[in-house]
Design a protein around this ligand. Structure first.
Ligand SMILES: Cc1cc2nc3c(=O)[nH]c(=O)nc-3n(C[C@H](O)[C@H](O)[C@H](O)COP(=O)(O)O)c2cc1C
Length: 187
């Protein structure tokens, strides 16, 4: 049985380097693992308890929850916006954190990686993402880390999958997350 890893990308722009990293993860997934990028984050409204009512949850948010329910693990890709998580990714985490105590992260393994223009590669955003997703019910794999600095220049001409160093690092990230997810599935 293939382990399904749901990728959430915290940048909506068409040329996003974090999206490219996610595309690379799709290609680099080992046998027995499948990485699927969730495509609908731009359509998910800001979380609001008034609209999170059983039976009338917005379709886009319900699709996000269904995709997460069907996943065995999560791989989150975050750039850094003003020193922290972009709103689109935080919003997805908020939707997946509810119903309280029964959210779709459900104790499943989560790894957070990403790239940003700054010299630390968005490490503040990725650390804040780990904090939020852990509170939201995910089992954060704290020692899987990849923060790639200088996104705008490093990936200006080269897709991450064609950057040998990044491809090797990402291959290890996905393989290790697959290992954690496999343990969880077998348990
Ligand atoms: C609103 C905004 C805030 C940003 N803040 C930071 C920041 O705090 N640290 C950083 O390293 N880069 C920052 N950047 C630059 C992003 O890291 C860079 O644009 C990155 O490539 C965006 O990711 P993407 O290629 O996946 O869209 C910011 C960019 C935007 C648009």
């Amino acid at each position: 049985m293939s382990v399904r890893i749901l990728a959430l990308v915290g940048s909506l722009r068409a040329g996003s380097h974090n999206r490219q990293l996610a595309e690379a993860a799709v290609k680099l997934a080992p046998a027995g693992a499948e990485v699927v990028v969730f495509e609908g984050l731009a359509d998910v409204p800001f979380y609001n308890e008034d609209i999170d009512v059983e039976g009338t949850v917005p379709a886009s948010a319900a699709e996000l929850r269904a995709a997460a329910q069907g996943a065995d693990a999560f791989l989150l890709f975050s750039p850094e916006y003003n020193g922290t998580i972009p709103a689109v990714l935080k919003n997805a985490i908020d939707w997946l954190s509810r119903p309280y105590g029964a959210g779709a992260f459900g104790g499943k393994p989560v790894a957070v990686v990403g790239t940003a223009f700054g010299q630390y590669g968005g490490v503040w955003a990725q650390d804040d993402t780990r904090k939020a997703v852990g509170i939201a019910g995910g089992k954060v794999i704290e020692d899987i880390k990849l923060s790639i600095p200088g996104s705008v220049t490093r990936f200006a001409e080269t897709h991450p999958v064609d950057d040998a160093e990044v491809a090797a690092q990402l291959t290890e990230v996905v393989a290790r997350l697959h290992g954690h997810a496999g343990e969880a599935v077998a348990a």
